[in-house]
Design a protein around this ligand. Structure first.
Ligand SMILES: Cc1ncc(COP(=O)(O)O)c(C=O)c1O
Length: 399
């Protein structure tokens, strides 16, 4: 990277941490991205679970090019009939369990969460909103209010006041379900916790949560922003666990690499947003036709190429190849999302440096800085899994 580019990046592109990785990207293909010097990196983050269909996927490129040539932005969301939105909404309604058949498109995950919270308040006419400890739902004020406490206090405290009448309960804890009451508008829950360091549900927890919400009339919102679109080994994690929420939030891989989010509910619940007041939730760019065309092409690609069927096997292969290394204390996994536990943040920071040296892009988790993430594009081949494990092992050996 040239010194000028590096300086301009640091000076003019707003930073989110004091130590950005500073790797220049020239192009990306499949499970790799390349620097201008031609150094390949295995992308084991996938833009944080975004590039499920792989970089440079021809189906997505063609869909985007076609849509860009036809039309881009016309009018704020919900006013005009735009074919990419309608076709994507229909495919989602056909794939998701009943009665999830009404899709509100937005631009990002945090916005999907914001919309879902507003819908729940509006539909139930209640105000209390419950989330799970060690949950991450986005960085806007509303989504951040739902970040699990007390672990999230490090972030939340700096930005108060946030939304009132929110509280966090323990994920997988049946006892805490009694904290959900007739006052509760909604419970927001990732069916598999991502940023907590990959924590799957246990002991029928999601069924019990569903039952408790129905009992007291609170809406159950699933945040499938990280796990949806195949990462869990089913198209949606709710299908893996056989539990249907009242609202589901999608983003990340949902846009096939373009910025797109949505909250999806039944026609009955969603229709409350059309009145009292009208235009109570609106967006200029939400459901942008180019993003919908990309997302639709990505979902069709997953279906037509049976990509999701192989996800569990590929995740298990990573687990099998890594679990016996002495530096690995534990592997927590759901589909193709793995947290490889090293038991120490010092080791974690060290291995991140070694990964960069050896050509692996990985990451840790917001609420778990002792484990590294493996969440490659779902299209990764068995040979690529074995080869990336060879490099990871080389780095583990050097710890
Ligand atoms: C589970 C979950 N929900 C919500 C979000 C926020 O999505 P976005 O960054 O698109 O606002 C994320 C992002 O990491 C996430 O992992």
């Amino acid at each position: 990277m040239s010194e000028i580019l590096r300086k301009q990046f640091l000076r003019h592109v707003a930073q989110t941490s004091p130590a950005p990785q500073l790797i220049e990207v020239e192009r990306a293909e499949g499970v790799f991205f390349y620097t201008p010097e031609g150094k390949p990196y295995y992308d084991l983050i996938s833009g944080v679970s975004v590039n499920n269909v792989g970089h440079g996927n021809k189906a997505i490129i063609e869909a985007v090019q076609r849509q860009v040539a036809d039309y881009m932005h016309i009018m704020v969301y919900g006013e005009m009939v735009e074919r990419p939105q309608v076709e994507y909404a229909k495919l989602l309604a056909d794939t998701l369990p009943d009665p999830l058949d009404s899709v509100y498109f937005l631009n990002s995950g945090a916005e999907a969460v914001e919309g879902a919270l507003k819908l729940a308040k509006r539909y139930t006419a209640r105000t209390e909103m419950i989330s799970m400890r060690r949950a991450y739902h986005g960085s806007t004020h509303g989504a951040m209010s739902m970040m699990g406490a007390p672990e999230g206090e490090e972030w939340k405290n700096a930005f108060r006041p946030l939304l009132p009448d929110t509280k966090a309960i323990r994920f997988n804890c049946i006892e805490d379900l009694s904290l959900i009451t007739e006052r509760t508008a909604c419970v927001l829950c990732e069916p598999v916790q991502g940023e907590a360091g990959v924590v799957p549900p246990q002991n029928n927890y999601l069924n019990a949560l569903r039952e408790r919400c129905s009992e007291v009339g609170a809406l159950l919102i699933f945040d499938e922003i990280q796990m949806g679109m195949g990462r869990s080994g089913e198209m949606f994690a709710m299908q893996k666990y056989g539990v249907t929420p009242d609202i589901v939030c999608l983003a990340k891989a949902f846009g096939g690499g373009m910025p797109l989010g949505a909250f999806i509910s039944s026609h009955e619940i969603m229709s409350t947003l059309t009145h009292d007041p009208v235009l109570g939730h609106i967006t200029t760019f939400g459901g942008h036709p180019v993003c919908c065309a990309a997302g639709l092409a990505a979902m069709r690609y997953l279906i037509d190429n049976n990509v999701v069927v192989d996800v569990e096997r590929k995740g298990a292969l990573y687990e099998e190849l890594l679990q016996s290394h002495p530096a690995v204390k534990q592997i927590r996994r759901n589909g193709l999302l793995l947290a490889v536990e090293l038991g120490s943040s010092d080791k974690l920071y060290r291995i991140m440096d070694l990964f960069i040296e050896e050509g692996i892009l990985s990451d840790w988790f917001l609420f778990c800085d002792t484990a590294f993430r493996i969440s490659p594009p779902l299209v990764i081949s068995d040979d690529e899994i074995r080869d990336s494990v060879r490099i990871i092992t080389k780095c583990l050996d050097r710890l």
